[in-house]
Design a protein around this ligand. Structure first.
Ligand code: FEO
Ligand code: CA
Ligand code: CA
Ligand code: CA
Length: 619
């Protein structure tokens, strides 16, 4: 049971503590290389910034050609067919998959990139909130559908410069791509539509945000805010309740999709929305292979899907539901990974158990299984089978009493020591009467980071599939010099080293943590642009936080992804000139990054960062 006394002790001690004291470092594996770069100051302007001695190459921009003959490209004249063979919009997740398959090379590979959503007011001139509804024709909507999803892009490095290779791998996954449904919910009547009476294939990957990589060389795309494109209402009360829990039909920011393509109209096709909100596996090494929605991993607004192997070979996937007061999940496969048998690994994510986290105030964590027939997940509560539990994952987790978190986003495990980091972006809606030890601030504007400790961590043999973990707060984001923010870090932050709204993160090959931020329209609360921060611990476990990258105004920073040699860092810069900038648009943008061409709007683009002397990034 949660210990009320311990929680009160926690609150009273945290109120006066200047910095956080973490678990003692018990393994030499956590002694990391120190940061060797000069941290950037905070600020905001039209450009991106890196420390002295580092440079960024703009590798891919929205509209860049991936395959076929080059033609004159311009947003004003592009059609959906053109968009289908060009880099998509709002790049988020980035995976570098070395070629050949199974190698650890850092000079040649497949870049696998999610395209989360579109910003029509920056894709076409003359649009604003009023005119947009009339201006979004069927053809423009088809371009949006072709601009979201995923890009597989072969890239290679020669003489220090990266370039796109058109060698047969390059392709786009869009909102129209044929995708298989697999796992326990595939074939459920609740996934059946006019176009797919079997409930086993659907069209498209919608709003893939972050994702993950599997040890067998596939990538996972996490479908997040799929509700935005559906409009209308179902007539069946059970589906109405289901759609309401996911915000489907009520917050349609793209309602022209349902006007031009009836499958997005819930009145016409009430179960189409149940075919989105899944983790989707793609084999980028096999051109033409269909993506597969792995329903065993549940249906919600998945932020990411981070894969780690348990010591017994079972596959563990951490994934979070990115909305205020939603949950942290973990999938554990039934089968075990076979290093020398790629084909046998392709169904590992179809059979296993999905768990949701309950974080007790005494700093223990319990993983609660979402199994049909157990506890409240029965017919009496409207769950006829496991498919129902997975389609309505959120309601199942509500009934199990999971812990409501402050917008959980990326989750990563440190490969050096097995500790698990869960980034919580913010939650302005949390009130003082709803605090708990894992969500200790009301009106949480700046977000925080939880660190989970599976049995065995920090160490070499870490039981990621165990029923119980410990947890602690790694950082409470915000300005530590401003007492009212109650921000705390486990070490030093300097002038530019503190951050807000942690969203994505990654570990470099040395085991240092890199945190990317997405303040959204709230960035004026700090007054600075989003970015990327490096943090490294010394032998005493004290961290040094430094700002490494500053994004152009209105953009968030996604990826980050390192090559295995630590010498290349991919950053996906999403929606430059957009967030929190009233009046900024195609015609009069707050920045024209990265082209700074008066004829072009700002473009979401992918950067590759290197050190000018070719050294390891961060050293
Ligand atoms: Fe797409 Fe959770 O950010
Ligand atoms: Ca995100
Ligand atoms: Ca990540
Ligand atoms: Ca975000």
């Amino acid at each position: 049971m949660p210990s009320r006394r311990k929680f009160i002790q926690y609150l009273s001690s945290s109120a006066c503590a200047a910095s956080l004291t973490l678990w003692p470092q018990r393994s030499p594996a956590t002694n990391l290389s120190p940061l060797g770069f000069e941290g950037l100051a905070h600020g905001t302007d039209r450009h991106h910034h890196l420390p002295p001695g580092y440079s960024a190459q703009v590798l891919l921009r929205w509209g860049d050609l991936l395959s076929g003959e080059e033609s004159d490209w311009h947003p004003r004249s592009m059609d959906a067919e053109e968009q289908n063979r060009r880099f998509g919009y709002n790049n988020d997740f980035v995976a570098f998959m070395p070629l050949p398959l199974g190698s650890m090379g850092s000079d040649h590979g497949l870049l696998c990139v999610n395209h989360e959503y579109t910003n029509p007011t920056f894709m076409w001139p003359g649009l604003n909130r009023i005119t947009i509804h009339g201006a979004m024709t069927r053809e423009r909507t088809a371009i949006e559908m072709a601009a979201v999803g995923h890009s597989v892009v072969e890239i290679a490095r020669h003489d220090g410069k990266w370039s796109v290779v058109d060698g047969g791998y390059n392709r786009r996954i869009t909102a129209d791509t044929l995708v298989k449904l697999s796992g326990p919910a595939a074939g459920s009547p609740r996934l059946q539509t006019r176009a797919d009476p079997q409930g086993r294939t659907c069209r498209g990957v919608l709003n893939p945000c972050s994702g993950g990589k599997t040890p067998w060389g596939t990538v996972l795309m996490a479908e997040e805010n799929f509700n935005f494109v559906f409009h209308g209402a179902a007539t069946d009360p059970a589906e109405q309740r289901n759609h309401q829990r996911y915000g489907v039909g009520s917050r349609s920011a793209y309602r022209w999709w349902s006007r031009h393509f009836p499958r997005f109209d819930l009145g016409h096709e009430p179960r189409e929305a149940n075919r989105f909100g899944w983790v989707v596996e793609l084999d980028p090494h096999t051109p033409g292979s269909n993506p597969v929605k792995r329903t065993a991993l549940g249906r919600f607004k998945h932020e990411a899907a981070t894969v780690v192997l348990n010591p017994d070979g079972r596959v563990v996937v951490y994934t979070a539901d990115d909305q205020a007061f939603e949950y942290l999940y973990r999938f554990v496969s039934s089968g075990v990974y076979a290093p020398n048998d790629r084909a046998s690994n392709t169904h590992l994510l179809d059979d296993g158990t999905l768990f949701v986290a309950r974080l007790h105030n005494d700093n223990t964590l319990q993983w609660l299984p979402l199994r049909h027939g157990e506890g409240p997940l029965t017919n009496a509560n409207g769950f006829r089978d496991q498919a129902d539990v997975l389609i309505e994952t959120r309601r199942a987790a509500d009934l199990l009493g999971a812990t409501k978190l402050d917008r959980p986003e990326d989750v990563e495990t440190n490969p050096r020591d097995g500790l698990v980091y869960a980034l919580l972006t913010n939650n302005q809606s949390r009130h003082a009467d709803a605090l708990d030890a894992a969500n200790p601030r009301s009106r949480n504007t700046f977000g925080h980071i939880l660190r989970l400790r599976p049995p065995g961590a920090p160490g070499d043999v870490v039981e990621h599939a165990a029923d119980s973990f410990d947890w602690e707060i790694f950082a409470l984001a915000g300005n530590p010099a401003e007492p009212s923010q109650n921000a705390r870090y486990p070490g030093t932050t300097g002038d530019g080293g503190w951050f807000a709204a942690p969203d994505n993160c990654a570990f470099d090959p040395a085991g240092r943590l890199w945190i990317a931020s997405d303040q959204g329209r709230n960035w004026r609360a700090t007054g600075f642009a989003d970015g990327l921060w490096g943090c490294a611990a010394n032998a005493a476990g004290e961290y040094d936080f430094r700002r490494f990258f500053r994004a152009p105004v209105g953009a968030e920073v996604c990826g980050p992804e390192f090559t295995a040699d630590g010498r290349n860092l991919f950053l996906a810069i999403q929606h430059p000139g957009v967030d929190g900038l009233v009046g900024s648009s195609y015609d009069n943008p707050a920045t024209r990054w990265p082209d700074f061409d008066a004829e072009l709007p700002p473009r979401p683009s992918l950067l590759v960062v290197t050190r000018d002397d070719g050294g390891v990034i961060g050293d």
